[in-house]
Structure formats: C-alpha cells, structure tokens
Design a protein around this ligand. Sequence first.
Ligand code: PGA
Length: 220
Amino acid sequence: MDKKIIIANWKSNKNTAQAEEFIRLFSENINRLNLDNKQIILAPSYSLLYTCKTLIDKYNLPVSLCAQDVSSFPEGAYTGAVNAKQIKEFADYTIIGHSERRDYFSESDDVLFKKVNEAKDNDLKIIYCIQNENQKIPSGVAMVAFEPPTAIGTNNPDDPKHIEEVFSQVSKSYSGKILYGGSIKADNVRNYIHIASCSGLLVGGASLEADSFIDLIKEW
Ligand code: PGA
C-alpha cells in the first residue's frame, strides 16, 4: 500500500533557532510515531533548508525536504530568485501554485507552468496546488494538493463530502496522487481518514509546533 503523505508547510515562519528546536523535539518524539505507512515532508523557508537538511541527516530522520516555491527562471541574472538547481542541493520536492503565491504574488498559470518546467528539468518532485477542480494541472507533477482558499488558515476545513467530489472530478483528467490541505489539525484529521482517494495532507498552522504536528501524525 502507498504511504500516506503528510507535508508540513511552515510558510514564512521560523528563524534558525526555532527550526533547530522543532527538529530536535521531533527527533526526540519520533519513537512515539509509527511511520511505516507514512511519508513526512518538511517545507521550510529557503533560508532554513541548509539547517534542516543538516539536522535531518544528523538525526537520521525519515523526513524529506521541500521548498515552498521555485523560480520560474534558470540560474542567472534574476535578483532575489532561488532557482530549481539551487533548491535541489537540499530538497527533493517543491510546492508550486500555493494560493498564497497566486494571490499575494500574482502568479498566473503561465508563470506556474514555467516553474513546473524548471523543477522538472532539475529533478525536483512537484507538489502542485489547486484551489478548485477547474484549475489546469500541468503534466509530470508528483502530486496535486487541493486547498480551497476558504479553508486555509481559517479553522474551517472543507467538508469531507465536498473533498471527495472535487477529487473525483480532478481524477477524470489526472491519475496521480491527490492531497487535501486547509485547517487540518489533530482534532479534526480523523474526519478525513476515510477518504480513500486522499493520498495525504498539506498542513500549515498545525505543523508549526512539533507537539501539534506529532499529534496530527499520530491521529492520521
Ligand atoms: P493551514 O494551511 O493548515 O494553516 O490551513 C494549509 C496550507 O496553506 O498549506
């Protein structure tokens, strides 16, 4: 059976000391978790990738690293951009198309598809976010995360029935893994376990503290 995927999206949070503390606590409590059937992916800010990789290696944690975004350009004169080749030094995955990128940074499908090409060219596995069943999904992504904007950071997760409907619509044209994200926490995750078509979760707020993230993993 495929492992269930749980992605911790830290967004624009944490300094180095806080990231170190999280990983230390996580490693101390990992024995409480049965990770045989789960895959944990951690998506910190770019500035924390080096520290997280160093500690994951040091503690030998079964955790993969993920960037939260990637440049739509290759390496070169693109001030401020972090390109896919640079990310690949630390991480195997990248998120593309999160609704916060689409909304606050005006990222269009055109830009997102360029990012997908850059990621693919550099062997980064792509977690491609969609906000509804009508959004285009580029070919070659590793997984799709359905995240309705009304559910992100609102404590108002989507209704499991609606999620199933969206997943079944998406599955008509996309045959890969589909995840759900939006206000998932330890105390509501059990409502989502029965969705057979759900390959995993993209978690924001509840992934910021090691304790709440561990509780969530235990419940899923
Ligand atoms: P949330 O964020 O769990 O805080 O709702 C999810 C996400 O945006 O990835």
